[in-house]
Design a binder for this molecule. Structure first.
Ligand code: ZN
Length: 226
């Protein structure tokens, strides 16, 4: 059973189950309820919905329960499997991980090509904060990039995560970084906000040493590090 539904039912008196819903005495303060006027059910959009048949308003019922709307609502960001963003639903979500594969932040892509970024935030009900302040910035696919750099494999810098995935499907190793601006050709590595942190500098050095030997043909709009 949903937690919110259970929570509401636990605070009601005279609860009786009728098939897929429950009836209980209305908890609203101004409602002297002798015959269980409140119906409670699992909602399709929300974990719990209720209605007083004496037409008490929602806030009066919540007041009587000692709950707030937030207590009985799913966090906005969780209603759609984490696809909620401030700019509309994400059609793709990209994990940026550290060298050990631990997720540091995510870049979401919306239908109209907004790229909101978020970091995990256990203190928030949604689990996310929509900025990257204080977050270590890393190149996309960092573990694979480090491995390719030490193996001397060519690494392609793509304009975005979607292109990285396309290159990977073609068997190449590719990366990008989570900046709104595409990488400039004059400074492919220093545009990475993570340059300067030790693991990235190491990878960057290996990258620049291994740039000559290229294999495979990158798609248009993508170029190997030169
Ligand atoms: Zn009522």
């Amino acid at each position: 059973m949903d937690d919110a539904l259970e929570l509401v039912l636990s605070k009601l008196e005279g609860v009786r189950q009728h098939g897929g819903y429950w009836m209980a005495r209305c908890p609203a303060r101004d409602h002297e309820d002798r015959e269980a006027s409140l119906s409670v059910a699992r909602g399709t959009e929300q974990p719990v919905v209720f209605k007083c048949h004496a037409n008490c308003d929602r806030d009066a019922i919540l007041d009587g329960l000692g709950l707030t709307l937030a207590d009985i609502s799913k966090p906005r960001e969780q209603r759609d499997d984490g696809r909620w963003t401030p700019f509309g639903e994400a059609i793709a979500i990209y994990d940026y991980v550290d060298e050990y594969g631990t997720m540091l932040f995510q870049v979401c892509r919306t239908l109209d090509k907004k790229f909101p970024q978020r970091k995990p935030d256990p203190a928030r009900q949604s689990g996310w904060t929509w900025n990257l302040s204080g977050v270590r910035r890393v190149l996309y696919r960092l573990p694979a990039i480090i491995a390719a750099a030490s193996a001397g494999t060519t690494i392609y810098i793509a304009e975005g995560e979607k292109d990285v995935h396309a290159l990977e499907r073609a068997g190449a190793t590719a990366t990008t970084h989570a900046s709104p601006a595409p990488m400039s050709s004059s400074s492919p590595i220093t545009t990475s906000p993570a340059a300067g942190t030790q693991p990235i500098s190491g990878a960057a050095c290996s990258l620049s040493r291994n740039l000559s030997g290229s294999s495979g043909r990158p798609p248009a709009k993508t170029r190997p590090i030169t």
